[in-house]
Unconditional design. Structure first.
Lengths: 514, 352
């Protein structure tokens, strides 16, 4: 399409669009990307897959100029490059479409497309003046090139998700066009938030892109990756463990490569625990665009683990259980009573505790000390408090939870994440009326020692008759802690495993998740 | 983040973005931690005694420059003058404590004063009850609108301020309203304990009660938690909206008591007379008293010293004999210094 492409086509037909040799990136003692080498040819679509924490994100951040690698060489169209900031990556022809969309929703499509390229070289915005006619025309041209039928004058906020995704791609392309090199477009999980029919549009889009440049496509939906990509690269623990042509590779094989050895659940023995009537009975619960027709029952003394990718609706579901977010239809029956209107205040008073994933902003009050944080979740009607007694009780919980340092006066935001989480856990565990504990990623950001302490307390509460709803960080954690596992995808339950009889592997779970 | 099969945070970014930049390490190394603790203890100590120290220093300065100020009952003048400011500031510090601001409370005070001047003759003590109930109701309405309709308190109470000013002008008929003679209020400024008027001591007792409320009741602790982190408080089961309404209600209630004190002191009220300029001194007194404008940090007892300081500056500059045209300049400079010394920085990285 551009002059540059034809030139390079004839001149250096064999040169890969992108060549990485020995790329390594460390964070402290953790090696996030370890000695990664790969080649991407022009007009090729590469699928990049890997489990959570496999290093994909870090690799993409290196390619988009957000991180500098500690070691290794990057070559783009045959010449070595070093990105010190994102603009360098843009100049080298990289266009990144991020998972979280980065468009300005109150501006028009054309403005958004021009935004990244605002520079003196650009005719439509030269000297800082917007030449609207030209701006819209340029946008129209580039949108047509990617096959999108979006009005350049439309406000981005009014567009559907897939249309916005198109605008993102158009924007990435325009930047590349200005630099005159064949682009390398990185799509970071573009389909995770799209409806199925929208995904089809995006797939066509990517096929178009292939004629223009190269594409790196990151997704968790393996069927999609197999349909779209020419080659699939699998990462695990920071390394590339497989680089295969799409032909002849099965989804099962890809799963296996992604997770290495699949962990298998052990049968859970729940005989010793208290059981009986369901404490929580959820039936046909739906919230538009978040989750649909969710039903399950949870007896006291049991742990229900819910697994799913981002966008599976499991976070929204547990928030609805705590009254932190609304639901549209269906019923929640708690302790035999059907809940009509539900709020966090009522939930707390009814003996439900919630440990949110966003610990700092939602789970704790950083400006209060540990004992005060434990004291604010009140279930009784007490009006007067005795701060000395609360400090003493708090100090006891500091010992129980092994909070370090044992300083009951220090504001909670001065503690490390793991110790903050111990205090947040203690806030609920100390309540005598606690019957249901909802845990959203309780081990997020915790070092192994702190994680073990927290896990131990969760088990202790469960054995004491508290029901637990757990959104685990990893599938292994879900298999270890859950007595029942619900798998969610796109807001619906796709599978349910009763670990007292089933022994699913992480592979079984993953298959139902993506 | 793109790695989101089962969790939402990949390993590297955890390491890259440590949970808290200056978090105390779990396996605590002795010396740096101890040092840091000592530093925080000092900041805590200053937060406790700073407002008192600033007042004492300024008072001593004025007394040295003009010894007659001390002998001539300077402190009692300051205490008398500061009563209304203190009451308004106490309400303000509670509202600031839940993370909002009340720009209307000074207007509530003046409105209450005018209303009381009108009603104390015919209704007597009934007039007092009326203004107190009405003041609390206006405050509660402010709080209700702020918390249920998510109107920023700054904008909402600015609106209430305008409405109340108009209401004051209408009921006062744009003139000074003289209150009927009533024995009810004479003890307030007519009697003194330790040389300071009873009205001032009344306000001090209210400050102590509020301090105890913040420290020893679930209501107070919940209000503080709301000011520090509203979502965190909500997800701990605190009735966050009720807490905001309570704070604004207290502010309205205390403002109407300030209005009563205006009548007790002057016997009359008008839209331009005594007490018509309480808003900014009230906010300043709360801040000089160590209240954080970002919410969650206040100490009503220190607000007493904040109010004394804010009142002392104009009285003191006049006593020293600074020419009247320079008094505003001195007032401005000393306020800046006092705020810089006493404003709570305990938790704010960015000062708004």
């Amino acid at each position: 399409m551009t002059k540059a492409v034809t030139e390079t086509d004839s001149a250096q037909a064999g040169t890969p669009a992108l060549k990485l040799t020995g790329i390594t990136k460390r964070f402290g003692s953790v090696t996030a990307v370890n000695n990664v080498s790969l080649e991407i040819r022009r007009n090729q679509v590469i699928g990049l897959i890997g489990e959570n924490g496999a290093g994909k994100s870090t690799l993409l951040k290196i390619l988009s100029g957000l991180y500098e690698p500690d070691a290794g060489v990057m070559e783009v169209h045959g010449s070595a490059v070093k990105f010190r900031r994102p603009q360098d990556a843009v100049a080298a022809g990289f266009g990144v479409v991020h998972q979280e969309q980065s468009l300005l929703t109150n501006l028009s499509v054309a403005e958004n497309i021009a935004m990244n390229a605002l520079s003196s070289k650009d005719n439509a915005t030269r000297g800082g003046w917007y030449r609207w006619g030209q701006l819209n025309k340029e946008a129209e041209g580039i949108l047509a090139k990617v096959g999108a039928t979006v009005d350049p004058k439309a406000i981005v906020g009014d567009l559907s998700f897939v249309d916005r995704q198109m605008v993102e791609i158009a924007r990435a392309l325009r930047v590349d066009e200005m630099t005159g090199t064949p682009p390398i477009v990185i799509l970071d999980e573009p389909t995770s938030v799209l409806e199925r029919n929208e995904t089809a549009i995006l797939e066509r889009e990517i096929a178009e892109l292939k004629h223009v440049g190269s594409v790196i496509f990151v997704s968790h939906r393996l069927d999609e990756v197999r349909r779209i990509c020419d080659r699939i690269i699998v990462m695990r623990s920071g390394e590339i463990v497989a680089d295969r042509a799409t032909e002849g590779v099965t989804e099962d094989e890809l799963f296996q490569l992604m997770i290495g050895h699949a962990a298998t659940a052990k049968k859970h023995d729940v005989q010793a625990r208290q059981s009986g009537e369901a404490l929580l009975d959820v039936s046909g619960l739906s919230a538009k665009g978040k989750f649909k027709d969710v039903s399950f029952a949870l007896p006291p003394g049991h742990c229900l683990a819910i697994v799913g990718t981002i966008g599976s609706g499991r976070e929204e579901l547990v928030r609805a259980l705590f009254g932190a977010e609304p639901f549209d239809s269906g019923t929640i029956t708690y302790r035999g009573k059907r809940l009509q209107s539900w709020s966090a205040v009522q939930a707390t008073r009814a003996g439900i505790g919630y440990v949110p994933a966003e610990r700092k902003t939602e789970g704790m009050v950083g400006g209060l000390n540990g004992p005060d944080n434990m004291a604010i979740a009140r279930t009784g009607k007490k009006f007067f408090v005795n701060p000395w007694r609360e400090r003493k009780a708090g100090a006891g919980w500091f010992d129980t939870m092994d909070v370090r340092p044992r300083d009951t006066r220090l504001h909670l935001h001065r503690f490390s994440g793991g110790n903050q989480q111990k205090v947040v856990m203690a806030k609920w565990l100390k309540s005598e009326t606690l019957q249901l504990l909802i845990l959203d990623h309780p081990l997020r950001g915790l070092d192994p020692g702190a994680a073990e302490t927290v896990n131990e307390k969760i088990r202790g509460a469960r054995d004491g008759g508290t029901a637990v709803v757990l959104l685990a960080d990893t599938l292994e954690e879900a298999l270890e802690m859950g007595d029942t596992i619900l798998v969610m995808r796109d807001g619906e339950i796709t599978a349910s495993f009763d670990l007292t009889v089933d022994t699913p592997t992480t592979l079984d779970l993953l298959e139902k998740m993506v | 983040m793109s790695d989101r099969i089962a969790s939402d945070q990949s390993v590297p970014s955890e390491v890259f973005d440590p949970e808290a930049p200056d978090a105390v390490p779990a396996a605590s190394v002795e010396t740096p931690t101890a040092d840091r603790h000592r530093r925080w203890r000092l900041i805590d100590l200053w937060a406790t005694v700073g407002p008192l120290a600033v007042f004492i220093i300024l008072f001593a300065l004025v007394s040295i420059l003009r010894p007659a100020f001390l002998g001539g009952g300077g402190l009692s003048i300051v205490a008398t003058q500061c009563t209304a400011i203190l009451l308004v500031a106490l309400g303000q510090c509670l509202v600031l404590n839940v993370g909002s601001i009340d720009l209307s409370n000074a207007a509530i005070a003046l409105f209450s004063a005018i209303l009381l001047a009108k009603t104390i003759g015919p209704a007597g003590a009934g007039g007092l009850v009326l203004v107190v109930v009405l003041g609390a109701a206006i405050g509660a309405l402010n709080g209700f609108l702020v918390s249920f309709f998510q109107v920023p308190s700054f904008a909402l109470t600015l609106g209430t301020l305008g409405i109340l000013q108009t209401a004051s002008l209408i009921i006062s008929d744009k003139t000074t309203v003289y209150a009927a003679k009533s024995g009810l209020l004479t003890p307030m400024f007519g009697s003194a304990i330790g040389g300071l008027v009873s009205a001032f001591w009344t306000a001090v007792i209210i400050a102590i009660v509020l301090w105890a409320m913040l420290r020893f009741t679930t209501l107070g602790q919940s209000m503080t938690a709301v000011g520090l982190n509203e979502t965190g408080a909500l997800f701990s089961g605190i009735r966050t909206r009720a807490m905001k309404i309570a704070a604004f209600m207290f502010s309205g209630l205390l403002a109407s008591i300030a209005g009563i004190m205006i009548i007790a002191q002057a016997g009359s009220a008008s839209s331009t007379g005594l007490g018509s300029d309480l808003l900014l001194p009230g906010i300043t007194a709360a801040i000089v008293g160590g209240t954080a404008i970002t919410g969650g940090i206040t100490n009503p007892i220190n607000v007493v010293f904040g109010a004394l300081t804010v009142t002392l500056i104009p009285v003191g500059t006049a006593a020293i004999g600074i020419p009247s045209e320079a008094q505003s300049l001195v007032y401005g400079l000393v306020i800046i210094i006092a705020v810089a010394l006493t404003i709570s920085r305990k938790r704010v990285g960015v000062v708004k």
